[in-house]
Design a binder for this molecule. Sequence first.
Ligand SMILES: Nc1ncnc2c1ncn2[C@@H]1O[C@H](COP(=O)(O)OP(=O)(O)OP(=O)(O)O)[C@@H](O)[C@H]1O
Length: 243
Amino acid sequence: MIEFHDVQKYYGQFHALTDINLEIDKGETVVLIGPSGSGKSTLVRTVNGLESIQEGQLIVNNHDLSDPKTNLNVLRRDVGMVFQHFNLYANKSVLENIMLAPRIVSHVPEAENRERAMKLLTMVGLESKADNMPSQISGGQKQRVAIARSLAMRPKLLLFDEPTSALDPEMIDDVLQVIKTITSDSDMTSLIVTHEMGFAKEVANRVIFMDNGQIVEDDSSQSFFEHPQTERAQQFLSKIITH
Ligand SMILES: Nc1ncnc2c1ncn2[C@@H]1O[C@H](COP(=O)(O)OP(=O)(O)OP(=O)(O)O)[C@@H](O)[C@H]1O
């Protein structure tokens, strides 16, 4: 599903990703953790071409992102992304936000599109908010709409970039529960950047620990949290609460 081979990413002179080698298979739920500035968001954003790479090879869903001729719009039809700041269309209702891409990109017939969007809204517990505008719902609800919207295109791969870090603490659990439900589907592959260690522990099959632009550990969730191998990971975990 995702293959990084000796990938290097620079922002100008700054080496943001160094020697990234990583394979993620269909159905895996992989959580990326590490200190601030370690390159987690950058890595996730290379997967759908929001950030380009300068060296190495990156294959996502059979598309070669190291090839400048690759059509990113085609790749992105199968790759959903949920951002920290929701990015809903402010002038469209909750339901319209979800229906837009299937209508425009995939030409899904209107009645079917509406029915699917309502099912997704029900799944995230927001069917009663279909006709509200984004400004009329809370941050946690906005994020749940953003998740429903990312699922509307029936992606094979979902990327989450700190989906709860802009939320008030009491909103976080609802969003994490929705993500947990989605990622338990064995057909869905997910790559999640999060600072929520309890959630990472609960949801991840696999944990990737990054530091200074490099992958320092890549292990099963249980093994990583119980027996981190490197001093850097041990130090990182000792500074945070992982209940
Ligand atoms: N557009 C950019 N231009 C220049 N440097 C950047 C850019 N985006 C990120 N960086 C730098 O690249 C490094 C990695 O950033 P990145 O956002 O990937 O880290 P992160 O691990 O996701 O951090 P955080 O947990 O704080 O979000 C940081 O040093 C950051 O300052």
